[in-house]
Design a protein around this ligand. Structure first.
Ligand SMILES: [Fe+2]
Length: 260
C-alpha cells in the first residue's frame, strides 16, 4: 500500500460518512463523534506504529485499519439510533461487510485486503482470538490500543463537559448512582480484564476504564496514557474510598513500570 492509496481511501471515508448527516442536530452530533473518533484513532495508531520497527508500508496499512475500524458505526446508528451492539448489530462484522459490498479494497494486494477485513471484523471482540497469523495479531494489538486510548479521551471529555454539551449516544445505559461493584474492584486487584457485561453502574464503567491501564500492548500506548493523565482524570470522578484509591494506585504503578 502507498500513501496515495490511503489518501484516496480517506476521501472515500469522508464522502461516505458525510452522506449520513441530516437535519437532526442530535443525530449529527453522535455521528460527528465517530468521525472524530476515527481521526484520533488514526493519529494514535500512527504514533504507536511509528515507535515500532515497522516499514512505512505497514504503518500505512495500520492507519487504513484505523480508518475503517468503525465504518459500521454510521449505518448502525442510522438504522438503530444507538452505538450499543447488544441492542442492534455487531459493528465489527457490519464494517467488514460494508468494505466488501463497496468493493473498496480491490486495488490492494490480497494479503493486505484480508488483513484489513479481519482486523475490522475482530477489533471489538472481548478477547483477541487465538491467532496463528502473527501479522494479524500485531495489527489487532495496534488497533485495540489506539481505539482504547481514544475511547478514554471520549469518556474523559464526557465526564468533564457540562451535560448540555454531551453527545447523547455516549450516555450510559447504566444508573449514575454512588454504588460500585466489589467484584469489579476485585478483578482490578487481580489484574484481570473487566467485561462490559459485568457493569452495573457508571462507577463500574469508570473502573473498567481504569482497568485498561493493564490492557495496552505497547510502550508507546502506555506513554500516551500517562501523557494524557488518563487515570487521574477518570479517578477524579470515582467515589473517594480507600479500596478504589488502592486499585487506582496499583494500576498507576503498573503503568509506570511499563515506561522506560
Ligand atoms: Fe469499534
Amino acid at each position: 500500500m502507498t500513501n496515495d492509496d490511503l489518501n484516496s481511501l480517506k476521501l472515500w471515508f469522508s464522502d461516505y460518512t458525510s452522506s449520513f448527516f441530516g437535519a437532526d442536530e442530535g443525530d449529527n452530533r453522535n455521528l460527528r463523534l465517530k468521525v472524530e473518533h476515527t481521526q484520533n484513532v488514526c493519529a494514535n495508531i500512527k504514533e504507536i506504529a511509528e515507535s515500532l520497527p515497522l516499514t512505512s508500508e505497514k504503518i500505512i496499512l495500520a492507519e487504513t485499519i484505523a480508518l475503517f475500524h468503525d465504518i459500521g458505526r454510521f449505518s448502525q446508528y442510522t438504522k438503530y439510533k444507538t452505538f450499543q451492539d447488544g441492542k442492534s448489530i455487531n459493528h465489527g462484522l457490519l464494517g467488514a461487510k460494508i468494505l466488501q459490498e463497496e468493493n473498496l479494497l480491490s486495488g490492494l494486494a490480497a494479503a493486505e485486503r484480508n488483513l484489513i477485513f479481519n482486523s475490522v471484523k475482530f477489533h471489538n471482540v472481548f478477547q483477541i482470538p487465538d491467532l496463528k497469523d502473527e501479522e494479524l495479531l500485531l495489527f489487532q494489538k495496534l488497533i485495540r490500543d489506539a481505539d482504547k486510548l481514544d475511547i478514554l479521551r471520549v469518556f474523559i471529555n464526557f465526564y468533564e463537559s457540562p451535560p448540555e454539551q454531551r453527545a447523547s449516544a455516549t450516555a450510559f445505559r447504566l444508573p449514575d448512582t454512588p454504588e460500585y461493584s466489589k467484584e469489579i474492584l476485585e478483578r482490578i486487584y487481580k489484574k484481570q480484564k473487566v467485561s462490559y457485561e459485568s457493569l452495573k453502574t457508571v462507577n463500574d464503567f469508570r473502573l473498567m476504564n481504569i482497568s485498561w491501564g493493564y490492557a495496552m500492548n505497547f510502550k508507546a500506548s502506555y506513554r500516551l496514557l500517562k501523557e494524557w493523565d488518563c487515570l487521574n482524570r477518570i479517578a477524579r470522578h470515582l467515589p473517594a474510598t480507600e479500596d478504589i484509591a488502592g486499585a487506582v494506585a496499583l494500576v498507576r504503578k503498573f503503568v509506570e513500570e511499563q515506561l522506560p
